[in-house]
Design a protein around this ligand. Structure first.
Ligand SMILES: Cc1cc2nc3c(=O)[nH]c(=O)nc-3n(C[C@H](O)[C@H](O)[C@H](O)COP(=O)(O)OP(=O)(O)OC[C@H]3O[C@@H](n4cnc5c(N)ncnc54)[C@H](O)[C@@H]3O)c2cc1C
Length: 463
């Protein structure tokens, strides 16, 4: 086995494996190093297995509403182990898919933990007793759950879980506290609530899903409460202690102390980059708040060394990791790389779903932009009425001076499938003229996107 490559990629998540494929397409000789499973967190422990669980939860929850559709079932129930096994099977299928893609593109997969040492040009990558060299080394080592040991928020795999344990428990907890109301926390809260757990979500910031537009956060809070989720917002976790049967969490809400008890706590308070034990300090790699600092193209400042994806900082999203990786390798190859400033949509796959791209109304105003805002509720959209998906709305934010679409925010059924329309519009720098002139198929929920764009300019049709 030759140990010299054009590029070595460390980490095979959506950042690393997609970069490897693009590098191979560009004619490079590529190796990818992985210490755990091909596909990284996304395919094995993140995006994909959570969506499999959420689908089971969503179907089960819908059984409560069969009568609305003129249907009935006599008896309902679930086999929790089968729900978990389906999710693991889905993850395994995708892991197999990445193995196939690596073979197809003749990418050498090196299993093991990579360490870097100073090399002739780019650093040498040491994996076990192999010393791999390349013109370029790209770190795509991802991130892991943040824990706060001082407050007792240290996972023990038994009563205190991170996403890893939450994906493969033996049984659904009867009572559950989710600490953190970002996308990951809310998705687990939705799943376990759908299967009947009593779930309380604790959020330190002023509102749940704090990165979303305020109106969407508020609507989500209401919709989730309707499904039985409980919230403590804003609430600071002071201490988690283990009790005989579960956990007790001391929180402070509005200056008052309160203790919540549950069988299990899920800690979803952010992530930290995987930057340790690779020899990065000795190479002089700049690390800020657990993330590798890079220039606009992924370069770390150390000759021949690049970083992309979660390890290179937020937003911690799979599609951002892939996009950054493709940009980085195309830049290395001297190609005209994909625009790194393209807007990055973000989604939460709860019921109802949440999706957004670009600036919130508040962010736009903070930047001094004179905004024009449009809204359209799904409750008056024909397809939504037919489907019984009445919750939620579409909100558009335009620059009032130029007419450019600068943000879009949605809550409702299947909005995660629709946000791409607005992401494309923003990438193409569309203004209201193009959005108004676009023809939307009828009947679809996407017509609400059209109406929200019309509403911002006083032209809404169906209200
Ligand atoms: C529960 C959960 C749900 C999520 N849902 C979504 C979602 O719906 N949509 C979305 O966009 N994002 C989601 N994310 C985030 C998404 O998973 C990450 O943004 C994405 O995986 C980042 O990709 P990456 O390639 O940078 O890193 P990762 O996917 O983390 O991959 C890094 C890989 O590097 C390997 N590695 C690390 N160090 C070394 C080393 N020294 N040597 C060899 N290998 C190493 C790791 O084993 C890992 O396989 C979710 C995350 C979680 C935890």
């Amino acid at each position: 086995m030759a140990d010299t490559f054009d590029v070595i990629i460390v980490g095979s998540g959506p950042g690393g494996y997609v970069t490897a494929i693009r590098a191979a397409q560009l004619g490079m000789k590529v190796a990818i190093v992985e210490r755990e499973l091909l596909g990284g967190i996304c395919l094995n422990w993140g995006c994909i297995p959570t969506k499999a669980l959420l689908k089971s939860g969503e179907i089960y929850e819908q059984l409560d509403h069969l009568a609305d559709y003129g249907l009935k079932v006599e008896k309902r129930g679930f086999d929790f182990d089968a729900v978990i096994q389906r999710s693991r099977k889905v993850a395994a299928q995708l892991n197999g898919g990445v193995t196939f893609l690596m073979k197809k593109h003749k990418i050498e997969v090196v299993m093991g933990s990579a360490r870097l040492e100073k090399g002739q040009g780019a650093p040498t990558v040491v994996v076990g007793d192999r010393r791999l060299t390349a013109k370029h080394v790209i770190l795509a080592t991802g991130a892991r759950a943040r824990t706060i040991p001082a407050a007792g928020l240290e996972p023990d795999g038994d009563r205190v879980w991170t996403y890893r344990e939450a994906l493969t428990p033996k049984a659904a907890p009867k009572t559950l506290i989710v600490i953190g109301s970002g996308a990951i926390g809310i998705e687990f809260a939705s799943f376990y609530r759908a299967l009947g757990s009593d779930v309380t979500v604790v959020e330190a910031l002023a509102r749940i899903l704090p990165v979303e537009d305020e109106e969407v956060s508020r609507a989500a809070h209401k919709a989730f409460e309707k499904r039985g989720l409980k919230f403590r917002v804003p609430a600071n976790v002071k201490k988690l202690t283990k009790t005989k049967s579960g956990v007790a969490i001391e929180i402070e809400v509005g200056g008052k102390s309160e203790t919540l008890e549950a069988d299990v706590a899920i800690v979803a308070v952010g992530i930290v980059g995987n930057v340790e034990d690779m020899g990065l300090e000795a190479l002089g790699v700049k690390i800020e708040r657990t993330h590798i600092v890079t220039d606009g193209h992924g370069a770390t400042g150390v000759p021949g060394l690049y970083a992309i994806g979660d390890v290179a900082g937020p937003p911690w999203l799979a599609h951002k990791a892939s996009h950054e990786g493709v940009h980085c390798i195309e830049h290395i190859a001297g190609e005209k790389p994909a625009n790194l400033n393209a807007p990055i949509p973000g989604c939460t796959y709860s019921t109802p779903q949440i999706a957004s791209v670009g600036l919130t109304e508040a962010q736009a105003k903070e930047q001094g932009i004179e905004v024009k805002v449009g809204r359209f509720p799904f409750r008056v959209n024909g397809k939504a009425i037919a489907a019984g998906e009445l919750e939620g709305f579409v909100k558009t934010v335009f620059d009032g001076k130029t007419g450019a679409l600068i943000g879009a925010h949605m809550i409702g059924g299947e909005v995660t499938e629709m946000i791409q329309g607005f992401a494309l519009a923003m990438t193409l720098e569309a203004t209201e003229a193009e959005l108004h002139a676009t023809v939307y198929p009828h009947p679809t929920m996407s017509e609400a996107m059209h109406e929200a764009a019309l509403d911002a300019f006083g032209k809404v049709l169906h209200i």
